[in-house]
Design a binder for this molecule. Structure first.
Ligand code: PMT
Length: 400
């Protein structure tokens, strides 16, 4: 393996396992440069890592001078991958906030290489709201996380927080380094999240789409080299940076955005959950109670955005939709594939545990006019990769 890998070791008891990680990466042929945080250097010695990596080990940003280069910047620039293992709660918090107060965190901020983080900490610290928020921030920014595993911890308890085994971290590193750039040169338009239909200024009708599926697709497509345009409804999830983002509120807004953007795209993936209906007569003012009288609201059907996009489809475009179903799932999805003029539809039966709205995982069937492929329970990120594989295969065989 010809790769420059930085291994950042922060001050958790699992720091000793980083020695095995470095040794395995070196055996695979990587040039490994190790950074210890000052706390890690209290637990493990630079000498161990120097012997294993055959490279000088950095601990302090300013005191040490290795040749004449500005340590963290030069190191960051030549890296193909940066691994932080173990990543303590403290180091994760710094990475999430962009704090650069030691050699490890400065290098992480200065690198454009993918960041692979192997958290390790006490279960309560891992589950703490602050750590989970930092984790979400890092994921949204494109960091890759391996672990933590469950098991007995150094603090004497049993639970989640144990650093993944070095073999698992190496496997993930190899996957990231071997990642394809097979979407390079392609323009991809992705929709994500729900739409909202307002009844009055403070009330609306919507659904539970979080945007996670669409954002996972956007992240994966960007990492595989695509130029991604994202149209997202209101979400609390953070969209990935690097995509050109248009925010929309209602299905009519989504329609306008898609009509403006769709012609320039090679592949369009519609993972959003647009409302099928809107209120016929939304009020400009907050509606008041009506002395106990029933309130009758009339809904009118929204346009079908996917159909409108398909109506303008160019020969060399590939259109992918999603189907969120609760009953007769396969039959409904197959019908939507044809009715909406799509090349592929991703069926998720949202009644299944771990599938559909709001979850980090999904279960799907990829349906084309030729075949159907089952994707069992997996992370939305993993499913995104499968959808991109299938979409690219379809796009390559489309008539040009
Ligand atoms: O966002 P998450 O929380 O991660 O959840 C993901 C998801 C469940 C929302 C996603 O995986 C999904 O299934 N999205 C489609 C939801 C949906 O609207 O399904 P549908 O069967 O009603 O629509 C079928 C297709 O037509 C979809 O591609 C949809 O974007 C599109 N559509 C629907 C209605 C409409 N008026 N216009 C449309 O273009």
């Amino acid at each position: 393996m010809e790769a420059n890998i930085i291994v950042g070791v922060s001050g958790g008891i699992a720091a000793y396992k980083a020695a095995e990680l470095v040794s395995s990466l070196v055996k695979l042929g990587a040039n490994v440069e190790v950074i210890l945080t000052p706390n890690a250097a209290q637990l493990v010695t630079p000498a161990t890592f120097e012997a294993l990596s055959h490279n000088p080990v950095r601990v302090d940003t300013f005191v040490q001078k290795i040749s004449r280069e500005i340590g963290h910047v030069a190191l960051a620039q030549r890296a193909d991958l940066m691994i932080v293992a173990p990543a303590t709660a403290n180091t994760m918090a710094k990475l999430a906030c962009g704090i650069a107060d030691n050699m490890l965190t400065s290098t992480a901020l200065a690198t454009k290489a993918p960041l692979l983080i192997a958290p390790a900490m006490n279960t309560t610290m891992w589950e703490a709201e602050a750590t989970q928020a930092n984790l979400r921030t890092l994921l949204a920014r494109g960091a890759h996380i391996v672990g933590p595993d469950s098991g007995s911890l150094a603090c004497g308890t049993v639970g989640s927080g144990r650093m993944s085994e070095p073999t698992e971290i190496v496997a993930e590193a190899l996957r990231l380094l071997g990642r394809k750039s097979d979407w390079e040169g392609l323009n991809v338009l992705i929709t994500a999240g729900p739409t909202r239909e307002h009844l009055d200024p403070v009330r609306f009708m919507s659904n539970e789409s979080s945007g996670k599926m669409g954002f996972a697709l956007a992240r994966a497509a960007m990492e595989r080299g695509a130029k991604v345009t994202l149209v997202a409804g209101p979400t609390t999830e953070t969209p990935p940076s690097g995509a050109v983002l248009t925010r929309v509120e209602s299905t009519l807004d989504l329609l306008s955005a898609m009509e403006a953007l769709c012609d320039a795209q090679d592949v369009i993936i519609q993972a959003a959950a647009p409302a099928d209906y809107r209120f016929e007569a939304p009020s400009g003012k907050k509606l008041k109670k009506n002395g106990g009288e029933p309130l009758t609201l009339k809904l009118v059907e929204n346009p079908d955005v996917a159909k409108a996009v398909a109506a303008r489809k160019k020969d060399n475009q590939t259109l992918i939709g999603f189907a969120a179903e609760t009953d007769d799932a396969l039959a409904n999805a197959r019908r939507k594939l044809t009715d909406k003029g799509l090349d592929m539809i991703v069926l998720n039966d949202v009644t299944r545990k771990g599938a559909g709205f709001g979850t980090d995982t999904n279960i799907a069937t990829l349906i084309t006019r030729r075949d159907e492929t089952e994707c069992p329970l997996m992370s939305k990120r993993e499913l995104a990769e499968r959808i991109l594989d299938a979409a690219l295969a379809l796009h390559t065989i489309q008539p040009k």
